[in-house]
Design a protein around this ligand. Structure first.
Ligand SMILES: CC(C)(COP(=O)(O)OP(=O)(O)OC[C@H]1O[C@@H](n2cnc3c(N)ncnc32)[C@H](O)[C@@H]1OP(=O)(O)O)[C@@H](O)C(=O)NCCC(=O)NCCS
Length: 162
């Protein structure tokens, strides 16, 4: 989708704490077919305005795969609770539809807004991934967060259908 490639290449949308992807549209499309199984949901307002995205993907470890989420919203739509709602809904969706016991997320240690979103969506901070993200020409520390199925307990926004 063209708007996704636009956002991935936009320092304003990706903000100060995300590595810019800087890739042509064709390469962005390839991301969706990669072994990471990236799935991205565009968040729209009722009037159809596209305000951001929430995504899930697999992080591949030597002994398995972990499910991770990420998100970004356009600058003039931040601070309205959209990301918290989208992340909470994504957690509901993943625990309802996938056989996983854990969902994780990573944020730059300085990204307080993202950390707040994760806390409000029920994630717990696990620790520091030292020098794990390359942003603005230097390696930065990231915090890793997770929510376990037993902590989630039940859907907060979505409903069970079966
Ligand atoms: C992080 C981001 C997705 C949050 O989206 P959002 O829709 O603004 O999030 P919400 O409105 O649901 O919640 C944001 C929370 O962070 C708080 N917040 C925002 N900026 C903050 C700051 N500089 N310091 C402390 N808290 C901050 C808000 O007050 C709110 O918390 P509250 O409800 O307790 O008041 C958005 O800021 C963004 O797109 N940033 C750039 C890209 C990015 O960093 N993506 C995440 C990478 S891990």
């Amino acid at each position: 989708m063209p708007i996704v490639a636009e956002w991935f290449n936009s320092p304003e949308v990706f903000g100060a704490y995300n590595p810019l992807l800087q890739m042509p549209k064709a390469d962005v499309e390839k991301l969706f077919a990669s072994p990471n199984e990236l799935k991205l949901f565009i968040v729209e307002k009722k009037d159809g305005t596209k305000v951001g995205f929430v995504a899930h993907f697999c992080v591949i470890h030597i002994d398995g795969r972990l499910l991770e989420i990420g998100y970004s919203f356009v600058p003039n739509e931040r601070g309205k609770g959209y990301c918290t709602e989208a992340a909470t809904m994504m957690v509901d969706y993943l625990f309802l539809s996938k056989d996983v016991g854990r969902i994780q997320a990573q944020t730059d240690e300085r990204n307080v807004a993202s950390q707040r979103v994760l806390e409000k969506a029920g994630f717990k901070k696990e620790g520091v991934l030292r020098r794990s993200i390359f942003i603005g020409g230097e390696w930065r520390d990231a915090y890793i967060y997770s929510i376990l199925r037993e902590e989630w307990k039940e859907p907060k926004i979505l409903a069970r259908t079966a």
